[in-house]
Ligand binder design. Structure first.
Ligand code: HEC
Length: 190
């Protein structure tokens, strides 16, 4: 019973603490941790699926796993994390106006010589009904991405992509290009 009361007290202080800290710094810390966790989990799920059944099987895994991992991590950090791109595979990942603008500025920064790993941006956005903190971080195209997002996609892989994503636009990427970005937002409740 005592340990229950203690746990409840810890839980409540934790919750109050999280709600009270609406600073940009607190958001950025959580957003960076969430991005890191999603990037790592996606990569290990992808590699495991590729090892098990090759890229054709992995298409189905990405289709199911990517959205559920993002939902799980969003809940854990009390924010909303997604992936988006100027050329999406899943129309549900399509960029909104703010994201499109940031992605275009990432392209300009990359062309201007900035390292792809450094392409992040965050700000307070007050265009909607509730103000939000928003952050994006560019996702580079690695070698392992090319079997599903490159220019030469094997026939069985293409067939799987066509089945799940008839409106796919996410092919033709080259090594080192910006494949897309992680996009994080949190409502600012003051
Ligand atoms: C086995 C095939 C496969 C490989 C390899 C792969 N992807 Fe994808 N990718 C997909 C599928 C399928 C989706 C759609 C997921 C969904 O439905 O949300 C996707 C979606 C994405 C998205 C979300 C935006 C969009 O287009 O819908 C990004 C960003 C992305 N992939 C980046 C990468 C990166 C970076 C790599 C390499 C590290 C990679 N992918 C490797 C199959 C793959």
């Amino acid at each position: 019973m005592r340990s229950f009361a203690l746990m409840l007290a810890l839980l409540l202080t934790g919750m109050v603490g999280a709600q009270a800290d609406t600073s940009k710094q607190a958001f950025e810390d959580d957003a960076k941790a969430a991005i890191k966790e999603l990037a790592t989990s996606l990569k290990s799920s992808l590699l495991a699926a590729m090892n098990d059944g090759g890229p054709a099987e992995a298409v189905s895994v990405c289709n199911l796993i990517a959205p559920s991992l993002a939902a799980e991590i969003s809940k854990k950090y009390g924010l909303e994390i997604d992936r988006t791109s100027l050329k999406v595979r899943n129309p549900a990942n399509e960029a909104d106006a703010w994201e499109t603008d940031v992605l275009q500025r990432f392209e300009t920064r990359l062309a201007g010589g900035e390292a792809i790993q450094k392409l992040t941006f965050s700000e307070k956005v007050e265009t909607g009904p509730t103000p939000q903190w928003r952050m994006m971080k560019a996702i580079p195209t690695d070698k392992v991405c090319l079997s599903c997002h490159g220019s030469k996609i094997a026939e069985p892989v293409q067939a799987r992509i066509d089945t799940h994503y008839p409106d796919d636009m996410a092919t033709g990427f080259k090594l080192g290009e910006i494949r897309g970005a992680f996009s994080v937002k949190r409502e600012i409740i003051e």
